[in-house]
Design a protein around this ligand. Structure first.
Ligand code: SME
Length: 171
């Protein structure tokens, strides 16, 4: 759809098209989503805008409980753009799943959050979680965090595609 004036006197955002939600298996869903995320990121270098749209696209496709970003600021992670219930604003390095992913620079897949020592429960509805560190020039600059109300939601397929998605973000 072209950007421009609608007949009701409103202006249309150039990206106002709806996301196409795919219904196949998980890999199919990511494969349909990734080019759409590339389209959303194309030509935009504002970090907050891009993180906000990536979080929204993931939430729309998968309907997880919570998905968003924490950004490294000094010795803490600070809450960034997200979709879902309100969340903890600051997490120290090494704390919780997010702080552990930062400290180890590794993706962490947590099938049952109750079994993860030191898990930080921002929502009592969260049952499983994946955290992907965002690494540029060897440094972790932030993490992508996704939480599900289902146990065992995330696996190696999510890890593979979420790592690809985070690599697309111009940081
Ligand atoms: N569960 C995370 C905290 C962030 S929220 O889930 C949004 C953790 O243990 O680091």
């Amino acid at each position: 759809m072209q950007s421009g004036k609608l007949n009701r006197g409103l202006y249309l955002c150039p990206m106002a098209e709806d996301l196409t939600i795919s219904i196949g298996d998980k890999a199919d869903q990511y494969q349909s989503l990734i080019p759409q995320i590339q389209g959303l990121l194309e030509g935009e270098n504002d970090l907050v805008a891009n993180l906000a749209n990536v979080a929204a696209a993931l939430k729309e496709q998968f309907g997880w409980l919570w998905v968003g970003f924490y950004l490294v600021k000094g010795d803490e992670l600070v809450l960034g753009p997200f979709q879902g219930p309100v969340a903890c604003t600051r997490i120290r390095k090494g704390r919780g799943v997010c702080g552990s992913s930062w400290a180890t620079a590794r993706t962490l897949v947590v099938p049952d959050v109750e079994q993860f020592p030191g898990h930080i429960a921002c929502s009592s509805s969260s049952r499983s979680e994946i955290v992907v560190p965002i690494i540029r020039n060897g440094a972790v600059l932030g993490v992508l965090d996704a939480d599900s109300a289902e146990w065992n939601q995330y696996d190696a397929i999510d890890q593979e595609y979420l790592e690809k998605i985070t690599a697309l973000i111009l940081w």
